[in-house]
Design a protein around this ligand. Structure first.
Ligand code: SF4
Length: 341
């Protein structure tokens, strides 16, 4: 019974791993033999109401779709183009010259391995969140261990699919997909553990399962949530947002070094900007954000205050002025930095 349940849940996330097309890898997992696309979308599937496996992208495309008039779309597009992105603020903090070169002069940032790995990570988290409803609805009324096993196996399979869907980009840097799967496995395991525990403890408290469990589950987690505000002149995508009954918590997922105290200044600005954007979107106070340093398995809280809000507004003003102007900032002379263009 136990393995049947797990198999069923795994199939929800991974049609290719039924054993027909998969091949074992050195890390003891399997990867699809053929990967023809490198679109950044996993070749995962979901189960619709007719019990057919459909491409995940079909489900994703249907999410949040609504009928919009041409006029509305055009107005939205015009408003969006007048806004800068939150990442422009942090890019400006690092180097106004590079930001100007990219946004005004059109210099493209060269693809590098860190960008590819970052994209894989983001896509993995995005898909785990988008799949959670299907997973929760089909969970059996059972123990913590079985729920954890279902999450773990499903997320490991999803990770393999996401990595496989980036195999062309990885090949540009001679990086084997198996290597990336092995590197990111702990992240997938941690994510599975956290979500399984959240679901198990809520189900144990409320004694509900299936659709009812999903409907009542709290917190609900949204990922890659797009936010924008013509008033703030900002737009962006929040890595993760937890919707609690009385509060909303944005979470930024970061790789790389972590400061010994607090968060990096650019992460503080990003967190503050997203809190301000979410406040407007949900029309409620959003006063705390979390920056999660994935490589250190550590989360730090940022509390919004008026100084931070002012900092975001002043930075926005500076970036808008830079991007609307025609003056390329001069090299600043930072040591070990590349100002060749
Ligand atoms: S040295 Fe050049 S690239 Fe580096 S931060 Fe300064 S202006 Fe930017």
């Amino acid at each position: 019974m136990r393995s049947d349940i797990v198999d069923f849940l795994v199939k929800l996330l991974c049609k290719s791993c039924f054993g027909r097309t998969a091949q074992p890898t050195t890390v003891g997992l399997c990867l699809p033999k053929k990967v023809s696309l490198d679109t950044g979308h996993a070749r995962a599937t979901y189960l619709n109401t007719n019990n057919d496996f459909l491409p995940l992208t079909a489900k994703m495309e249907g999410l949040g779709k609504k009928e919009e008039s041409v006029a509305t779309v055009e107005t939205d597009a015009a408003a969006a183009s007048a806004m800068i992105s939150v990442t422009d603020l942090t890019s400006y903090m690092y180097c106004p010259r590079l930001l100007f070169q990219q946004k005004v002069l059109g210099y493209e940032e060269k693809l590098n391995p860190a960008m590819v790995l970052g994209g894989i990570r983001h896509k993995f988290y995005d898909l785990t969140n988008k799949y959670e409803e299907a997973l929760v609805v089909h969970l059996p009324e059972t123990s913590r261990e079985i729920i954890l096993e279902a999450y773990s196996k499903s997320y490991q399979n999803l990770l393999r699919h996401v990595v496989a869907s980036h195999s062309n980009s990885l090949a540009l840097f001679d990086i084997a997909p198996e290597e990336v799967v092995a590197k990111l496995q702990p992240i997938a395991a941690a994510e599975a553990g956290e979500r399984a525990e959240n679901v198990y403890s809520f189900a144990a408290k409320s004694s509900v399962f299936g659709k009812e469990l999903w409907q009542m589950l709290s917190p609900k987690i949204l990922s890659e949530l797009k936010v924008k505000s013509p008033m703030l002149r900002l737009k962006g995508t929040v890595d993760r947002v937890e919707i609690h009954p009385n509060t909303i918590l944005p979470i930024e997922l970061k790789t790389g070094k972590m400061p010994s105290d607090g968060v990096w200044p650019s992460h503080r600005v990003q967190a503050a900007a997203y809190m301000m954007l979410l406040q407007e979107k949900f029309n409620t106070a959003v006063t705390k954000a979390v920056v999660r340093y994935l490589d250190h398995n550590s989360s730090k809280t940022v509390v919004l205050n008026p100084y931070m809000e002012l900092e975001v507004k002043e930075l926005t003003e500076k970036v808008v002025r830079l991007l609307q102007g025609n003056t390329e900032p001069k090299p600043c002379g930072r040591v070990n930095c590349n100002c060749t263009r």
